[in-house]
Design a protein around this ligand. Structure first.
Ligand code: C2E
Ligand code: MG
Ligand code: MG
Ligand code: MG
Length: 274
């Protein structure tokens, strides 16, 4: 009895694994065709200047209109794209789409693009970037590249060389999701970033907890010692805004100022920016 029960459980477990593996394969298969089928699109979320609360740029965020599953967010497919290598063509598509969108704006606001550590470590990254900038006509100083710390844990010399070449082209590099994961002071000191984006999970706890608030203020102070402007992401409430007024990061982003939405150039009636 005990034996057959055990076998039964094992079978159920294996069946579940099978289903999971099958779903993963299916996702990877669908992903491989997503670019060609035009199923990917970008939404744009504004970034505001803290003093004026006017938009100074937009962050491009990837979405996938899946044929049967509806619109998927990055959390549903980026990991699979990274594992399967699909992230490379997808990342190139994202960059070109975002740059050509921003190049069409009447006002020269910045465009921030997220880049996967997998793509960041590709040897021909710099050539790809200069090719896409030339093709879309976007001024390099309007492009901000958002990378996370996982991109730094590889061949240090290669990372430094890539960062240096991108910055020499005029592209700015932002360290995204700071304050979670392995965030380390040494990374800020050793790698030449242009801006620091503090993770929204950090800000999420700020109202309730005076310790988090003090930590948050310390990060901003530390960044200012390093001459690094800070952007606070995930600003959702007036309460958070009031706190940020005191600590004063250079820029802010969050649902309070605007959700990710259709490309500014396609919105009607055309607002000031497009
Ligand atoms: P991220 O770059 O840190 O982007 C911020 C995420 O927080 C976005 O989620 C955005 O929609 C969400 N967000 C913004 N303001 C608020 C707020 O006030 N409250 C809350 N609760 N959330 C807010 P999204 O679009 O689902 O993207 C998640 C992550 O996926 C991004 O984090 C980024 O790491 C990655 N990602 C997005 N687009 C791309 C892309 O084109 N390429 C790559 N490689 N990764 C991407
Ligand atoms: Mg980002
Ligand atoms: Mg972030
Ligand atoms: Mg994030």
């Amino acid at each position: 009895r005990a034996k057959s029960g055990g076998r039964g459980r094992a079978c159920t477990f294996e069946a579940a694994m099978d289903i999971e593996l099958h779903a993963k394969r299916q996702l990877e298969h669908d992903l491989r065709h997503a670019v060609a089928k035009g199923e990917l699109f970008l939404v744009y979320q504004r970034i505001v200047d803290t003093s004026s609360q006017e938009p100074c740029g937009y962050e491009a965020l990837l979405r996938w209109r899946h044929a049967s599953r509806g619109v998927l967010a990055p959390a549903d497919f980026i990991a699979a794209a990274e594992e399967s290598g699909c992230i490379i063509p997808i990342g190139i598509w994202v960059l070109e789409e975002a740059c050509s969108e921003a190049a069409s704006w009447r006002t020269p606001l910045t465009i921030a693009v997220n880049i996967s550590p997998v793509q960041f470590l590709m040897p021909n990254l710099v050539e790809q970037f200069s090719h896409i900038l030339a093709k879309t006509g976007l001024q390099p100083d309007r492009l901000e590249l958002e990378i996370t710390e996982t991109a730094l844990f590889h061949d240090r010399a290669a990372v430094l060389s890539t960062l240096g070449q991108l910055r020499a082209m005029g592209i700015r590099v932002v360290l995204d999701d700071f304050g979670t994961g392995y965030s380390s002071l040494a990374n800020l000191r050793d790698f030449p970033f242009d801006k620091l984006k503090i993770d929204r999970r950090f800000l999420a706890g700020i109202g309730a907890d005076p310790t988090i608030r003090a930590l948050f203020e310390n990060v901003i102070e530390m960044a200012s010692t390093l001459n690094l402007p800070v952007i606070a992401e995930g600003v959702e409430t007036q309460e958070q805004l009031a706190i940020l007024h005191a600590s004063h990061p250079a820029q802010m982003q969050g649902f309070l100022f605007g959700k990710p939405e259709a490309a500014p150039s396609s919105r009607a009636p055309l607002k000031a920016i497009a």
